[in-house]
Design a protein around this ligand. Structure first.
Ligand SMILES: [Zn+2]
Ligand SMILES: [Zn+2]
Ligand SMILES: [Zn+2]
Length: 293
């Protein structure tokens, strides 16, 4: 929780720096950064709430826990970012048509540069912390902050170009380029959240689970099928049918299944929940055929 709160606090600092820089210069490129900083705070605010909510244990209303909120968080943040980008492009095209009035470019460059550096450090920290704690909310937020940092560095470059060349239309052109970058990062967040909400399969994870299952069942002379899994935040839910020799004692079957489940859990580096459905190997084909089409 500390990291996401820190991100929120820096979001507020960025908002002040960027709007002050816009107030000084009237630059479209800086405005694009400043508009994003408002959206940014709303997005991070929602991420703070989501983080807290995702930590709440499962209850009667949400028997699978509350982790899925993280996909809403990412999707909401992405949608806001897309809105900001569209607004920036609109403003910039308007300025290209009616003309550009900018002043105090040197101070604008300085403030925006400071903002870029702060965001770069913050973004690297958030991604590092998120990967360490397996938190997709933190990683998404860190990547977002890094995108903002690159956008600001781009704005600094554009402002320097405008300043050195004295050709003002450079400014809205750079703003449009920055907006396209923002649009791209927003699109990626939305894409990621749809994937999570739709339980989109993860090829790497599927590969790891199958590898463990193949190895373990082969060595024990068992079989498995109908493997399914889905992720809810950083928790993985796995289910499959496990085929054991018919006539085996229930307690032996349970022991084998439990051992297999522990092996899978120990080999995946996420929190894992597994449900196995036990079936007799030899007469399997005659049983509940509706499950095995
Ligand atoms: Zn942002
Ligand atoms: Zn089966
Ligand atoms: Zn059991």
């Amino acid at each position: 929780m500390f990291a996401i709160r820190l991100s929120f606090a820096f979001g507020v600092v960025m908002l002040i720096i960027k709007w002050y820089a816009y107030y000084l210069t009237g630059s479209s490129a800086i405005l694009s950064d400043a508009v994003e900083s408002i959206i940014h705070i709303i997005g991070v605010g929602f991420a703070v709430f989501s983080m807290w909510y995702s930590f709440q244990p499962a209850d009667e209303e949400h028997t699978y826990g509350h982790q899925k909120i993280s996909y809403f968080s990412a999707g909401f943040e992405g949608a806001l970012i897309i809105l900001a980008a569209v607004y920036i492009i609109y403003i910039s095209i308007k300025r290209l048509i009616v003309g550009v009035e900018i002043s105090n470019l040197d101070q604008g460059v300085l403030f925006t540069f400071i903002a870029s550096v702060i965001n770069l450090i913050l973004g690297v920290y958030l991604v590092w912390k998120g990967k360490k704690t397996n938190s997709i909310i933190l990683v998404a937020n860190g990547k977002h902050v890094l995108t903002d940092s690159w956008t600001s560095f781009g704005v600094v470059g554009g402002l320097l170009l405008t300043w050195l060349s004295g050709w003002h239309p450079f400014d809205p052109i750079v703003a449009i380029a920055a907006a396209l970058n923002i649009l791209w990062s927003g699109g990626k967040l939305v894409r990621q959240s749809i994937g999570g909400l739709m339980d989109e399969g993860d090829k790497n994870l599927a590969g790891s689970i199958k590898k463990i299952l193949d190895k373990e069942t082969l060595s024990k002379g068992l079989e498995y099928h109908l493997l399914r899994f889905r992720k809810s935040g950083n928790i993985v839910w796995i289910e499959f049918h496990l085929l054991l020799p018919k006539g085996i004692l229930l307690e032996d079957a349970h022991k084998i299944a439990t051992e297999l489940e522990s092996t899978i859990k120990n080999n995946l580096n996420s929190q894992v929940n597994i449900i196995t459905h036990l079936e007799p190997l030899e007469i399997h084909d005659e049983l509940h055929t509706e499950l095995h089409k």
